[in-house]
Design a protein around this ligand. Structure first.
Ligand code: ADP
Ligand code: NA
Length: 354
C-alpha cells in the first residue's frame, strides 16, 4: 500500500500525566512500532505556537517544551524512526497558516464548539459586546487554521487525535478543499486515525477527567512518577464505602476508573493482544470475592509496569551533555521537518503567485 504520513501534535505542558499517555502518546509509540513494517512516515510536534493562545511565562514555556520533548523520548519515541520537533522551529507552519487564512471561512470557524464555549464564558448573552470582543484574542479564534496548517504542510494522510479534536480535523479537510479549489490541487485532505482512546479520570474527583489544569496534585500521576508515588496516588484514589469490585461507571466512577486503568495498562509489550475489558476484569474480581484493596494493588502493579524506566530515561535525556543533547535532537528533527514542509510550500507559493 501507499506509504502513510502520520502527523500529531501535543502542547508543551511539561511532563505528561497518565491521561495524556494512555489517551494519546502511547498511540504514537504504537504507530512508530507499526511503521517498522509499513514504512509509514511519522512526524510528532511539540506545538508551542498553539500554547501561546493562552498567556504563558516565557521561561516556563521554554522549560516545558524541553520537558515534553524529553518525555516523548522517554516513552520510546525514537528520533531515528520519528521526526520530533518544536512547531516554532518550522516557520512553514505559520506561513501556510496565513495563506490558508485567506481562503478559510469565518463562519465555519465561528461555529467551532471550542470557540463557542469560549464565547459563552466571556459573554453570557452570546452576542459580541465591545467588552467581550476586547477580551477575546484573535489567535484563540483562528488557531484551528494553524492546526490545519500543521497537518497540511506535511502532507499528512493520517492524524491521530482525541474525540474532542474531530471537528478541527474536519475543518483541516475544509481548508485543503478551499485552497485546492481556489488555486491548484496541491493539499491532501487527511483522515482521522480513530483508535478507541480511554478517558482517564481524576483520582480525587472521578467525575472529571485527569487533567494538568486542576490544582490538586493527588488527582493525577505524572509519567515520571516514582514507584512510591504511584502506590500512594492509587492508594489514595477516591472510591466509595462498598468494599466489592463492580463496574458501574455512573454509580461508582472511582472504581470504574481503576478498572479502566487496569484494563489499559501493562500490555505495552504485547499490545496487539486483546486486553481484558473493565467489565471482564470486574467479573473476575467478583468471582474471586476480591476487595478494593486487592484491585488497587493490581492497578499499582499494572501502572508501574507501564511507567517503570520512564523516569530514569526522562532525567537522562533532559540533562545529557548539560542539556545540549536534547537541543541537538530537536535541531535535527526540526531540520528534517523544515525540509519536508518546504517541499509543500514551494508548490503552494508558486500556485498562489508568491
Ligand atoms: P489536559 O487535559 O491535561 O490539559 P491536554 O488537553 O493538553 O491535557 O491533552 C493532550 C492530549 O492528551 C490530548 O490528545 C487529550 O485528548 C489527551 N488527554 C488529556 N487528558 C486525558 C485524559 N484524562 N484521558 C485521556 N486522554 C487525555
Ligand atoms: Na485540556
Amino acid at each position: 500500500r501507499k506509504r502513510n504520513v502520520v502527523f500529531s501534535g501535543i502542547q508543551p505542558t511539561g511532563v505528561p500525566h497518565l491521561g495524556n499517555y494512555l489517551g494519546a502518546l502511547r498511540q504514537w509509540k504504537r504507530l512508530q512500532d507499526e511503521a517498522q513494517l509499513t514504512g509509514d512516515k511519522l512526524l510528532f510536534s511539540v506545538v508551542d505556537l498553539h500554547a501561546i493562545t493562552m498567556p504563558q511565562e516565557a521561561e516556563a514555556l521554554r522549560i516545558q517544551r524541553r520537558e515534553m520533548m524529553a518525555a516523548l523520548l522517554a516513552i520510546g519515541l525514537d528520533p531515528d524512526k520519528s521526526t520530533l520537533f518544536f512547531q516554532s522551529s518550522v516557520p512553514q507552519h505559520a506561513e501556510l497558516m496565513w495563506i490558508l487564512s485567506c481562503t478559510a471561512s469565518m463562519g465555519y470557524l465561528g461555529r467551532m464548539t471550542q470557540w463557542k464555549s469560549k464565547l459563552q464564558i466571556n459573554n453570557k448573552q452570546g452576542d459580541l459586546s465591545e467588552d467581550a470582543m476586547t477580551k477575546l484574542k484573535l489567535g484563540l479564534f483562528s488557531y484551528p487554521v494553524l492546526q490545519a496548517a500543521d497537518i497540511l504542510v506535511h502532507r499528512a494522510t493520517h492524524v491521530p487525535v482525541g474525540d474532542d479534536q474531530r471537528q478541527h480535523l474536519e475543518f483541516a479537510r475544509e481548508c485543503a478543499t478551499n485552497f485546492n479549489a481556489t488555486y491548484k490541487d496541491i493539499l491532501i485532505a487527511p483522515e482521522t486515525v480513530t483508535a478507541p482512546s480511554p478517558r482517564v479520570m481524576s483520582l480525587t474527583h472521578p467525575h472529571n477527567k485527569m487533567s494538568k489544569s486542576t490544582p490538586n496534585h493527588r488527582s493525577r500521576i505524572l509519567i515520571t512518577a516514582r514507584a512510591e508515588e504511584v502506590r500512594s496516588r492509587i492508594a489514595g484514589a477516591v472510591t466509595d464505602s462498598l468494599n466489592a469490585v463492580t463496574y458501574e461507571p455512573d454509580l461508582r466512577p472511582g472504581v470504574a476508573n481503576l478498572l479502566e486503568l487496569l484494563s489499559q495498562c501493562g500490555h505495552s509489550g504485547e499490545w496487539k493482544e486483546e486486553a481484558s475489558s473493565p467489565q471482564q476484569l470486574a467479573d473476575r474480581y467478583a468471582t474471586a470475592g476480591a476487595t478494593l484493596k486487592d484491585l488497587k494493588a493490581d492497578v499499582v502493579a499494572a501502572v508501574w509496569r507501564e511507567l517503570d524506566g520512564v523516569r530514569g530515561r526522562y532525567l537522562d535525556f533532559l540533562n545529557r551533555k548539560g542539556g545540549k543533547w536534547l537541543d541537538e535532537i530537536e535541531a535535527e528533527g526540526a531540520e528534517a521537518a523544515r525540509e519536508n514542509a518546504e517541499k509543500t510550500m514551494r508548490r503552494v507559493r508558486h500556485a498562489v503567485g508568491l
